[in-house]
Design a protein around this ligand. Sequence first.
Ligand code: SN0
Length: 320
Amino acid sequence: MKLFCSVKDVSNIQGLVREALELKASPYTHKLLGENKTLGLIFLNPSLRTRLSTQKAALNLGMNVMVMNLDKEGWALETQDGVVMNGTTVEHIREAAAVMGQYCDILGIRSFPKLLDREEDYSEDLFNKFVKYCAVPVISLESATLHPLQSLADLITIIETKKTDRPKVVLTWAPHVKPLPQAVPNSFSEWMCEAQKEGLIDFVITHPAGYELNTDFTSGATIIHDQDSALADADYVYVKNWSSYADYGKILSDGKGWMMDNEKLKQTNHAKVMHCLPVRRDLELSSEILDGPHSLVIHEASNRVWAAQAILKTMLEANN
Ligand code: SN0
């Protein structure tokens, strides 16, 4: 594995989940695999879980880790070719990525979409250029359109906790005050569609009209606009806000009535509630759920370590 940005980069998702759960049971078994190898984590946007869990995963494998907050501590980055750099950008991604590739055996990069130009964001220009010029294996730490380490941790959490053979998983849109990326729901959806194809779950998406995701990521999902019907008999409810894809980057309504609370959970099959975090309490998801027995959010965040460790292990083994 030289690249991890999508479920498409994984040949066997069930094997990968098994690997992650084995690492969870025995985190230090492969302590020598990463000896004298360096992981570089590059952030152009904030991060709590991704940064710490990926760092911890690398340490568990015996790797060295370097973290760079490129947006704050690096030179202003130019990503376009053919520009005379006589303005505010100081360093071109061609050199910046190539240099970081000289120092690191594996690189991870986080870069959110600007949410201004759909074509630009969905071209994944920055991520792809980074991959091209750094010349070492790359892990997405959330790109403009996908967040694969989160989705792998989500799948691990569902497989680890499921009580029925084929649980019903519902992704439900939630209100927010800021326009957020579609990366988490796109990614969750592509992973759940694959899990559904393999008979592991049934997958439903619910959102108000106008919040349809890019169909590239939702093939096979059942999409229901009525939240109550979607939630009926759900075993897992995955709560997430995203801005509109059709009316790109826009908030279309105040989302009244879409916040997940205990009243809504009554329609489900005692569903467990998931969220990638950070979560805006009592806007996206009620405090009573977050502080109660239905919430899986901390468990889910703890599984980020095993998701990252499974990917790092696979990359180290493939590129040794
Ligand atoms: C990010 C997102 O893609 O939705 C990261 C999730 C892992 N979330 C936010 O940017 C939340 C920002 C906020 O103000 O609540």
